[in-house]
Design a protein around this ligand. Structure first.
Ligand code: URA
Length: 209
């Protein structure tokens, strides 16, 4: 799998454009987020291993390709990551789900963990970390540091939008992590927002604007 995948599919691009529009309601934003999460999940899981399982169709016996979906773990980076979970859990209903909460220490500016609950035995799993926005990348990098300490080896990162700065940061710290994104945007602004972006993803998902 390449280390960076920008999903240029027209359905993703169209839905993203509606989400970027500031006049889009919270209700529509959530619905589109769910739909895009499934389209991005399709890409991020495109190399999952299949094994043959014998089944019987109405006509014959066959060796049918089967996914061991219990090998997938989703990790949401709080809080905006939760907006991506529902859609992906619908596609992969047997996936384990974990949560990582980090805040930025105002003095050191480093991410500090305030919540960490993930499934056991991550070393045997395909771990998909989800966060709508890869901005500076600092919290995602810190979350992946923690997951690697917990044994995760096969880690992918799924986001709606990525800034070039965040991609570079992630690729410097975690060369082995594939990033799947709906768009590589232009830049980060001085406040750390992705431009053109869609604003604060958490606020738009949870209507806290
Ligand atoms: N987080 C967001 O929600 N939006 C950005 O543009 C950057 C980080």
């Amino acid at each position: 799998m390449p280390t960076l995948i920008e999903v240029k599919h027209p359905l993703v691009q169209h839905k993203l454009s509606i989400m970027r529009d500031k006049s889009t309601s919270c209700h529509v934003f959530r619905q589109l987020l769910k739909e895009i999460s499934q389209l991005l999940a399709y890409e991020v899981t495109s190399d999952l291993a299949l094994t043959a399982k014998e089944i019987e169709t109405p006509l014959v016996r066959m060796q049918a390709p089967t996914l061991s979906t219990d090998g997938v773990v989703l990790i949401s980076i709080l809080r905006a990551g939760n907006g991506l979970l529902d859609g992906i859990m619908e596609l992969i209903p047997t996936a384990g789900v974990g949560f990582v909460g980090l805040y930025r220490d105002e003095e050191t500016l480093k991410p500090v963990k305030y919540y960490y609950k993930v499934p056991k035995n991550l070393q045997n799993k395909t771990v998909i970390v989800v966060d709508p926005m890869l901005a500076t990348g600092n919290s995602s990098i810190a979350a992946i540091d923690l997951l690697k300490k917990s044994g995760a080896e096969d880690i992918r990162f799924l986001c709606l939008l990525a800034a070039p700065e965040g991609i570079k940061n992630m690729q410097t710290h975690h060369t082995d992590v594939t990033i799947v994104t709906g768009s590589i945007d232009e830049k980060l602004n001085e406040s750390g927002y992705i431009v053109p972006g869609l604003g604060d993803a958490g606020d738009r998902i949870f209507a806290t604007v």
